[in-house]
Design a protein around this ligand. Structure first.
Ligand code: SAH
Length: 269
């Protein structure tokens, strides 16, 4: 799916809301993998590639996405369903116009309210991680943010649910997904730490914000055989993949070191 760059999107200040999250975690450096090169403080140097001006993006976005896909391959992403979905969805449509020229960089970007659109690698890794054994049908995302990951998931899975605790982001994601005619994604406003009891069980759950521990409510809402992926930890975070193997049995595996925005309880209206 391609769309022209000249979108009518709500105006937001990309610098808005650095958030009151964990120390050192900002909307610019969160929702990323931590590799040796990322341990340096985030700053202008974190923008690794030269980007064209946003005026050219409409013409170039397909090509920029193709380059992003090649970079993801070189970073170890191999699932063609995920790569195809990320080629199809215009990431620049989910960020403020002022940041659109950086939409295909290897970075998270601020989306306002102290939150972040996840780094492309994080989106690809999380979706790939729940597809390794079989393709889930019904998937829940906790932390819709701007709706980008939900849009990518809608290309891969037939039933996508996503829940967001910040009202303004929920409204924004809803508008954007409607503009993109991705009405198949079922968005909810609420505290995703409680899961979405009305739509359980889920074959897969993807959590886009880090808590000290993965909430038991989410583990309970997995179908037997279902897979959850979430960042866990406060300072040092790891991506954790959990498979439910029985009514009261879950098998955990630690994956990469990451840095995500905090998973918070309650809602922000
Ligand atoms: N999925 C996004 C990433 C969003 S950042 C993407 O497409 O890039 C993580 C989001 O999780 C933030 O919008 C934050 O508000 C939300 N969040 C944090 N705690 C939450 C909770 N308990 N329930 C629902 N959303 C939550």
């Amino acid at each position: 799916m391609t769309r022209p760059f000249a979108l009518h999107l709500p105006t937001r200040d990309p610098r808005a809301g650095t958030g009151r999250g964990l120390q050192g975690i900002t909307a610019k450096n969160s929702n990323t993998r931590i590799s040796a090169s990322r341990l340096a403080p985030a700053g202008p140097a974190a923008v690794a590639t030269r980007s064209p001006s946003s005026d050219n993006l409409g013409l170039n976005s397909e090509r920029l996405r193709a380059a992003m896909i090649e970079r993801l391959r070189s970073q170890g992403i191999t699932d063609e369903r995920v790569l195809g979905a990320m080629q199809a969805i215009a990431r620049h449509a989910f960020v403020d116009e002022a940041l659109a020229s950086r939409a295909y960089d290897d970075a998270a970007l601020p989306i306002g309210h102290g939150q972040t659109i996840s780094q492309p690698w994080v989106v690809a890794r999380m979706i790939s991680a729940v597809c390794e054994q079989s393709l889930p049908t019904r998937i829940l995302e906790v932390g819709t943010g701007c709706g980008y990951q939900a849009a990518v998931m809608a290309q891969v899975f037939s039933q996508v649910y996503s829940i967001e605790r910040i009202r303004a982001l929920y409204d924004m994601a809803k508008d954007r997904l409607r503009e993109l005619r991705l009405t198949r994604v079922r968005l909810s406003f609420g505290d995703g730490m409680l899961g979405l009891p009305t739509a359980t069980p889920f074959d897969a759950i993807v959590v886009a914000a880090a808590g000290v521990q993965i909430p038991q409510a989410l583990l309970n809402q997995l179908a037997i055989g279902g897979v959850l992926i979430a960042p866990e930890g406060l300072g040092a975070q790891r991506l954790i993949r959990v498979q439910r193997t029985g009514p009261a049995k879950w098998v955990r595996e630690e994956l990469e070191t990451v840095r995500f925005v905090p998973l918070k309880s309650g809602v922000q209206s």
